[in-house]
Design a protein around this ligand. Structure first.
Ligand code: ADP
Length: 398
């Protein structure tokens, strides 16, 4: 079967067409600058050169139309017609407390996703536009919603409640939700497979380190705690996000610089983290390069970043009363051996030992700890699209 995976942002649309027979990607691509001047589709069919199609996309419906046209094109297409798409899987950022798993999309589900809009005002409305556009263009194709938050719905109340008046939870559902759930679920399950251990018995800490970054404690296949919160701003230092800070800083900066709360939130989301600390950029490759040239702030940024990861690993080891495996994933987790080594150097109290040759491998599942390391450390490339495709098929089959 063929599943079209759609990930809609406010001005972008990422897609992959996945063949479930062998999990291969038939084609993938990205529509950029939707609703703006200079919009384009970058289309990459598996067996051919990628192509850039410059065309006006006034809205997401037009973007989906272009994607379908490319997928069914006589020359560069990978399917004969739209009816070859058996199902569409949509990535949805926030499912609130309503969704603890993936669901087939109907009117009721659309309304329930809409009801979560105020929890993710930048993401959910865009995700919904993707659903509505696809429904208009392929009304007979089953569609499934896969939520970033769903995997974390197993967290106990003691982990998801903040120390705020309880009425804010009751009235507005202010609590920890966590994100990157598709990735944490995929990587923790894969970790168990790679170690040949039953998923139900393993205590794993997944470090999803990308531009956005979060850590998750997975006990017996269930998320029991995670570093992102009500929004994806909490937790680790990220590319441009501050991660956890003293909440009083918001008022302090607002007073000092005569800023509004909105200004400060913008600063915490877009000008902080690795970018803000280093003054160089948000991409770790640039930070590494600067550090190699002797830039002290770049080194400090890397030190502060790794130190935060290490503290979460310590906290989640305590929360689970132990840890069997630590898995690194996402852009930085998969590609940056320096950061992995630096983090693991702190962990000798857990009996972690790293094999430097294994740690240099890239682009594959690999155990980077030594045979006698008490806690196993792995690099597991994440594949959120494949996970969404699998969830989609399992929903439409049930
Ligand atoms: P996003 O959250 O946007 O999906 P990614 O998972 O792509 O982010 O992670 C981005 C980070 O990963 C960047 O800081 C970048 O330096 C690092 N990264 C991504 N790919 C590579 C690579 N091939 N080599 C080294 N670092 C990489």
């Amino acid at each position: 079967m063929k599943v079209l995976v759609i990930n809609c942002g406010s001005s972008s649309l990422k897609f992959q067409l996945i063949n479930s027979e062998d999990d291969s990607v038939l084609a993938k691509g990205l529509c950029e600058r939707i609703g703006m001047a200079g919009s384009r589709l970058v289309y990459s069919p598996a067996a051919q050169e990628k192509e850039i199609i410059n065309e006006d996309m006034q809205n997401h419906k037009k973007a989906v139309e272009l994607v379908i046209a490319a997928l069914t094109d006589k020359n560069k297409g990978v399917i004969e017609s739209l009816s070859d798409v058996d199902a569409v899987g949509h990535r949805i950022v926030h499912g609130g407390e309503k969704f603890a798993g993936s669901v087939c999309i109907d009117d009721e589900v659309i309304e329930a996703i809409e009801a979560c809009n105020d929890l993710a005002p930048l993401h959910n409305p865009a995700n919904l536009i993707g659903i509505l556009s696809c429904r208009e263009l392929m009304p007979d194709t089953p569609m499934v919603a896969v939520f970033d938050t769903a995997f974390h719905q197993t967290m106990p109340a003691k982990a998801y409640l903040y120390g705020l008046p309880y009425r804010y939870y009751e009235n507005y559902k202010v609590r920890r939700y966590g994100f990157h759930g598709t990735s944490h679920s995929f990587v923790s399950e894969k970790t168990a497979q790679l170690l040949g251990k039953p998923y139900e018995e393993l205590k794993t800490i997944v470090c999803h380190l990308g531009n956005g970054a979060s850590i998750c404690a997975v006990k017996g296949g269930k998320s029991v705690d995670t570093s992102m919160g009500l929004t994806p701003l909490e937790g680790l230092i990220m590319g441009t996000r501050s991660g956890s800070i003293d909440p009083a800083i918001v008022e302090f900066i607002a007073d000092k610089e005569n800023k509004t709360v909105e200004d400060v939130m913008n600063l915490l989301n877009k000008e902080s983290g690795v970018l803000g600390l280093s003054g160089i950029g948000s991409d770790f490759r640039d930070i590494m390069e600067a550090m190699d040239k002797g830039d002290e702030r770049a080194k400090l940024t890397l030190d502060a970043y790794c130190y935060q990861v290490v503290k979460y690993i310590g906290a989640y080891t305590a929360a689970m009363n132990g840890v069997d495996a630590i898995a690194f994933t996402a852009g930085l987790g998969e590609n940056n051996s320096y950061v992995r080594k630096k983090i693991c150097e702190y962990l000798d109290y857990l009996g972690v030992k790293i094999d430097d040759t294994q740690n240099e491998k890239r682009g594959e599942d690999v155990i980077i700890s030594t045979a006698d390391s008490k806690v196993k450390v792995l690099v597991v490339p994440t594949n959120e699209e494949l996970k969404i495709a699998k969830e989609t098929l399992s929903q439409i089959k049930s």
